[in-house]
Design a protein around this ligand. Structure first.
Ligand SMILES: *Cc1c(COP(=O)(O)O)cnc(C)c1O
Length: 234
């Protein structure tokens, strides 16, 4: 995809984000656009960066390790958004600024330990991925176990638990996804009440449903196809 096209797509997505925020009486400045660059080359990341995108999401540690060299000069903020196997946790803690898909305490402990070994003084930002549709997805913590996991994560010194993330079922009609988005926001609010602290991030919404997610309170939307075009299946 050409530079011009990525630039155009970024502008178009930002307009749609602003319109959705407006409908919900929210400020678009409060919503982060995360470009999902998985399967796309470093050059695509550079194009989106030139168009103002600063947050990027990859779903495989190894793929990102291979691409990093081509983006090292960019002041980007790099998120792992895909399911993380515990044997890759140490590498993930070194290669990313944020892991948005934590769903298990043992995994979080590994991230915490690995973070201690690098010179980076900053905490690793993490989100808890919640399994909002138990019958359809495998990753994510069960809703019933969310409070317990959140409480334990707060004890890990090198992790900064910033909020929740979900991947609802893919439904052609984005309106049908709305209840899942509303539910994740409610879970976040309940968790805040229960633990007596605020969690600023609700990461939800992808290319086909991000407007509904924004109307329901998303603070981060993860957009791949609408920015970079259709991915080739490997
Ligand atoms: C691939 C992916 C996205 C982006 O999906 P698009 O439909 O291309 O916007 C968002 N979140 C996660 C977790 C993904 O794996």
């Amino acid at each position: 995809m050409s530079r011009e096209t990525v630039r155009h797509n970024v502008a178009r997505v930002r307009e749609r984000m602003a319109a959705a925020a407006g409908r919900a009486g929210r400020r678009v400045e409060d919503i982060t656009l995360l470009g999902v660059s998985k399967t796309h080359p470093a050059e695509a990341i550079r194009e989106a960066f030139a168009a103002g995108v600063r947050h990027f999401g990859e779903n495989r540690v190894q793929e990102w390790e291979g691409k990093r060299g081509g983006t090292e000069d960019l002041a980007g903020y790099w998120h792992l958004i895909g399911h993380l196997q515990s044997n890759k946790a140490a590498r993930a803690a070194k290669a990313f600024d944020a892991v948005d898909s934590v769903d298990d305490f043992a995994l979080a402990q590994r991230l915490d330990r690995a973070r201690a070994e690098i010179s980076d003084e900053r905490k690793l930002r993490v989100l808890i991925e919640v399994r909002v549709a138990a019958e359809e997805t495998k990753s994510g913590v069960e809703k019933e176990r969310l409070p317990e996991l959140a409480e334990k994560l707060l004890t890990l010194e090198r992790l900064d638990l910033a909020g929740l993330m979900c991947i609802p079922p893919f439904l052609e009609n984005a309106e049908k996804v709305r209840p899942y988005f509303a539910e994740l926001r409610e879970m976040k609010e309940q968790l805040e009440g229960r633990l007596g602290r605020t969690f600023p991030v609700v990461s939800m919404g992808m290319s086909h449903d991000f407007e509904v997610a924004i109307e329901e309170g998303a603070t981060e939307v993860r957009i791949g196809t609408a920015l970079f075009g259709v991915r080739e299946t490997p």
